[in-house]
Design a protein around this ligand. Structure first.
Ligand code: NAP
Length: 287
């Protein structure tokens, strides 16, 4: 029977450990650490993510300093908000919630975040640290996947991994992290020819395409480990991922259930970089 890679449980474990770490560092700092989630516009999925992040901050003892700017806010105003947070001594970490509304380029705004407060590890400097295997904040969602694989003892060295998706937010850092763990990694994208033939070679398949239920039995090698990063609201209600679980579950050795991975990722997202120097990051805590 396939093992469930239980992200929700991992998130709970990480939160429990973080509470103690944060309390200790809060005493040293003389204030609780502060995390700002900067949201622009009204993307409904982002609304859910941000609310969950803020609730979890409360649970672990982090002060939420976020701001919600209206959809029509111009780049200059968003930039000013980022700079205010950079200068705020009570703000230790900044997350710019993606996606931004059409017309707002994420690149310059991510670059404006103080690299030392870049909680999502998406500043070019921090992506460079990841590329070179140097310490630094890591992109939260792929860090969450790595923590989940580690938590369940999934061996990566020498394994063939395929990542579907090449975004800066998920696919690219995911591939780098798997490679750093000595997997042999191939990245697929929307122009990949014969995706199913490629993904069927994967011992570890990570899907982050943002296409509801696109991966089915024909894409999966029997005995593979399948991680679904995708999250979608179904028109009829409820959530689904990029993977058709009913088809994949009987084939897989281990798999994430919809939302199970995301719970861990949400927890890790907030703390991929600890806002307190020397506090361990959650990916490390999960190991
Ligand atoms: P994105 O920026 O839209 O990137 C999607 C990637 O998938 C692109 O590289 C795209 O290729 C590729 N792709 C699209 N259709 C494909 C196809 N038919 N075959 C192969 N590749 C295809 O999305 P993202 O930000 O990476 O997010 C991906 C998914 O993860 C979304 O569902 C998102 O909601 C979810 N997500 C979850 C979390 C979490 O914490 N659980 C966090 C972030 C994102 P091209 O580059 O060629 O366009």
């Amino acid at each position: 029977m396939a093992t469930l890679l239980d992200g929700r449980r991992l998130a709970g474990e990480i939160e429990a450990r973080l509470q103690a770490v944060i309390a200790r560092h809060g005493t040293q700092l003389g204030r609780p650490p502060g995390l700002a989630v900067l949201r622009v516009g009204d993307d409904p999925a982002s609304g859910v993510y941000v609310a969950n992040k803020e609730k979890a901050c409360t649970r672990v003892g982090i002060t939420s300093l976020g701001a919600h700017l209206a959809a029509g806010t111009g780049a200059d105003e968003v930039l000013a908000a980022v700079r205010r947070l950079n200068a705020d001594p009570c703000c230790d970490g900044i997350l710019l919630q993606l996606p931004l509304p059409a017309g707002l380029a994420e690149g310059p705004l991510l670059m404006a975040i103080d690299p030392a407060k870049d909680a999502d590890g998406l500043h070019t400097l921090n992506l460079g640290h990841l590329l070179k295997g140097e310490p630094g904040p890591r992109s939260c969602t792929p860090a969450g996947v790595m923590a989940l694989l580690a938590r369940h003892g999934v061996e990566l060295a020498g394994q063939r991994a395929v990542v579907v998706g090449r975004s800066i937010l998920v696919g690219q850092p995911m591939a780098l992290m798997l490679q750093a763990a000595d997997a042999t990694v191939t990245v697929a994208h929307s122009r990949t020819a014969d995706l199913a033939a490629l993904t069927r070679q994967a011992d570890v398949l990570v899907v982050a395409a943002g296409r509801p239920r696109m991966i089915g039995a024909e894409h999966v090698k029997p005995g593979a480990v399948v991680v679904d990063v995708g999250i979608h609201r179904r028109p009829e209600g409820g959530l689904c991922g990029d993977v058709r679980f009913a088809e994949v579950e009987p084939l897989a050795r281990a798999f994430t259930a919809p939302r199970a991975a995301s719970a861990a990722m949400c927890a890790l997202r907030r703390w991929s970089r600890s806002p307190v120097p020397s506090a361990p990051c959650p990916a490390a805590l999960a190991r």
